[in-house]
Write a protein of this length. Structure first.
Length: 141
């Protein structure tokens, strides 16, 4: 079976941007003081510095741009898998998370001597984001 790119004729940009925004908002909540920012910063040895507000704004804009690209690629994976249900879309999201996030980040964390807490926080965020986005992209055609 030859791969097809015919789905490019019917790109749902609204779904892609909605998923990107969802991931961006999830990241804002996930790395907030209410959830995991204190543990994450402690594990990485980061000290809050109010004078670095500009770099934080640049980071947030960069995150949104990255989330748009990620959602566009995930949309392709969902279309290629012909995922037509929320459950199948979450499965595609899970496969992408496991293969493209967990596998390289686990080894990288070992090389860098990072704690498992950092791995769990960072990859937990992506797991939830990719599951939700995969499901949404599968049903919002």
């Amino acid at each position: 079976m030859e791969p097809s790119i015919h789905h490019l004729n019917h790109v749902n940009y609204w779904a892609i941007f909605a998923c990107a925004f969802l991931q961006w908002m999830l990241g804002a909540a996930w790395y907030s003081p209410a959830l995991f920012s204190k543990i994450w910063m402690k594990e990485l040895g980061i000290t809050p510095d109010p004078s670095k507000r500009n770099s934080m704004i640049f980071g947030m804009v960069s995150s949104l741009v990255g989330d748009i690209f990620l959602s566009f690629v995930l949309w392709h994976m969902v279309m290629w898998a012909n995922a037509g249900s929320f459950a199948f879309g979450t499965f595609v999201g899970f496969l992408c998370w496991f293969g493209f996030f967990v596998a390289p980040n686990f080894a990288q964390g070992i090389y860098e001597g990072r704690s498992f807490k950092v791995f769990a926080i960072n990859n937990g965020y992506w797991l939830i984001g990719l599951l939700a986005s995969g499901g949404i992209l599968a049903v919002w055609r």
